[in-house]
Design a protein around this ligand. Structure first.
Ligand code: TRP
Length: 465
């Protein structure tokens, strides 16, 4: 049995580059755009608490399992699962886990790109002074004008897909490494500047209270599901992106340490983004639960009023685009790598095919914000009132990613031999190894299934709770 395989797609030049790339994948719109509006819609503190717990008890074990499988298989998630199933004498059907991941990646990127397009458009708006001295109402108008115009959304969505595919077709290390090295630290710095503004000019205390004072009356099965889904989404887990990146990880790097560092960086950015945004929301009497437009309706007010806002604002949206860019790459890389392996086509052809499919599916999201705001066929079902965007988001974050996460844990912590997983993880401390195994064996699968059943109302029906 070959245990040390080689990757045909290349390697990271060091462990540190893997951390940067994985953090680049994790930190993105999920932290800066989605986390604040989800927290806002779901009542703040209680959501944040469940989100943090999910990162610790599901996120870190799943991330370690995903990197473990990826590094051992050294291929795209579909092939990795097929190779490992062979190694361990398990059913070939495990490939389907990889396939579900590739599908989830397409679906997520299709709408991710539309939102990244908003950020692109805001670079131009901010740089051209649209927001100078803007009121909350005017900022809202700018946002509405954008999303109500399908042509504009389409333009930016197309541009973003093209940008993403350009990096992907250059391959892992050339395309990605250089981007993440400088941009991630710069983004961090800009968020700190935003927080300084929020402390000086926003209602910082109200923001703190909203994010960290849990109101447990807001707890509901659906909210817990969303907080858990957000943890998976934000850490890029459950679809094979981290598995793919793990397959480029040098043999001697510690999986546990790198996973911790990535999870920590990602969580920190989300919390800091919340701290930058909510003080401005409350100081301007805006609605915390307004949904996906939250940061686009809020931050421009701050940029419009602060000294140097034109410069800071422009840099901020540029960095947001970059953060989205480094995440987008990881959403499509598994599909691109798989097509190359499967059909022996070039990276260029594979990138073009994947880019086109994603772009096309993205049209559904482009129209979700203007002419096609509800999917009619769902009338009368529990999905009534959802748009195509809502549906994709719900299906991927709350169902596909957690499901992928459980399956990854089951394979790594139950179905591989003790020797395989132990050799690959290389954790020297026995207690730490056992803790990972316990979380991945029991806590993650049982916890996620418990939440699923709750949402479906099964537990309530059989009077278990
Ligand atoms: N984590 C990214 C973000 O927060 C999005 C992302 C990139 C992702 N790759 C992923 C989400 C894989 C789920 C799965 O913006």
């Amino acid at each position: 049995m070959a245990t040390v395989r080689t990757s045909i797609h290349g390697y990271w030049s060091s462990r540190f580059v893997f951390v940067l790339a994985a953090a680049g994948s994790a930190v993105g719109l999920g932290n800066i755009w989605k986390f604040p509006y989800m927290a806002g819609e779901n009542g703040g503190g209680a959501f944040v608490l469940i989100y943090l717990i999910s990162i610790a008890v599901f996120g870190i074990p799943v991330m370690m399992s995903e990197v473990l499988l990826g590094r051992r298989g050294r291929s795209s998630p579909i092939h990795t699962m097929s190779i490992l199933a062979d190694d361990e004498g398990r059913s070939k059907a495990w490939q389907l886990l990889g396939l579900m991941g590739v599908l989830a990646g397409f679906l997520i990127l299709s709408y991710y790109s539309v939102i990244a397009g908003w950020a692109l458009s805001y670079v131009v708006d901010t740089a051209s002074g649209t927001f100078s001295g803007v009121t909350a109402e005017q900022a809202g108008e700018v946002f509405n004008n954008l999303v109500s115009n399908p042509q504009r959304l389409l333009f930016w969505h197309t541009l973003f897909i093209v940008l993403t595919m350009i990096v992907v077709l250059r391959g892992v290390s050339k395309g990605l490494e250089s981007a993440v090295r400088i941009l991630m630290p710069a983004l961090f710095l800009l968020i700190i500047i935003m927080i300084a503004y929020a402390i000086l000019n926003g209602d910082f205390f109200a923001g703190l209270k909203f994010l960290f004072e849990p109101d447990f009356s807001k707890l509901s099965p659906d909210m817990v599901l969303k907080a858990m889904g957000q943890a998976f989404f934000s850490l890029s887990l459950g679809m094979g992106a981290i598995m793919m990146y793990g397959s480029y990880l040098p043999e001697d790097a510690s999986i546990a340490t790198t996973s911790f560092q990535v999870a920590l960086a990602d969580t920190l950015v989300a919390i800091l983004a919340g701290l930058a945004i909510f003080p401005i929301v409350f100081a301007n009497g805006l609605e915390a639960g307004q949904g996906p437009g939250l940061i686009f309706n809020t931050l421009p007010i701050a940029f419009g009023q602060m000294t140097g806002g034109l410069l800071f604002g422009t840099i901020f949206f540029v960095l947001l685009v970059f953060a989205a860019w480094t995440s987008a790459i990881s959403l499509i890389e598994p599909a691109v790598a798989w097509l190359i392996e499967k059909f022996s086509i070039s990276r260029l052809s594979s990138s073009i095919i994947c880019g086109f499919v994603t772009w096309f599916v993205g049209l559904g999201t482009v129209y979700s914000f203007n002419t096609w705001t509800k999917i009619e066929v769902f009338n009368g079902t529990f999905l009534e009132g959802k748009s195509f965007f809502d549906l994709l988001d719900y299906l991927t974050s709350n169902i596909m990613l957690p499901l992928g996460g459980i399956l990854i844990c089951i394979f790594a912590a139950w179905l591989m031999t003790e020797k395989s997983r132990h050799d690959e993880l290389k954790i020297k401390h026995d207690g730490a190894y056992k803790l990972w195994r316990f979380l991945a064996r029991y806590v993650t699968p049982i916890g996620v299934i418990f939440i699923f059943l709750h949402v479906l109302g099964v537990l309530e029906k059989i009077n278990l709770t």
